[in-house]
Design a protein around this ligand. Sequence first.
Ligand code: ZN
Length: 60
Amino acid sequence: MQPLKNVACPHCGKLTPFTPANKWRPFCSERCKMIDLGAWAAESYRVASEDPPAEDDEAS
Ligand SMILES: [Zn+2]
């Protein structure tokens, strides 16, 4: 039995131990945490003002 519980890093998907020793949990590292939080903040700044990606005819 393993008392450790692994979770997938929300940013990169890498399995990382969800323990008090892992201060970046549920992220695998500070980098992933900062990137993810940064992305989230950036998203919230332009909420509701961004059109959903339309179907570009780039393939034509
Ligand atoms: Zn990660």
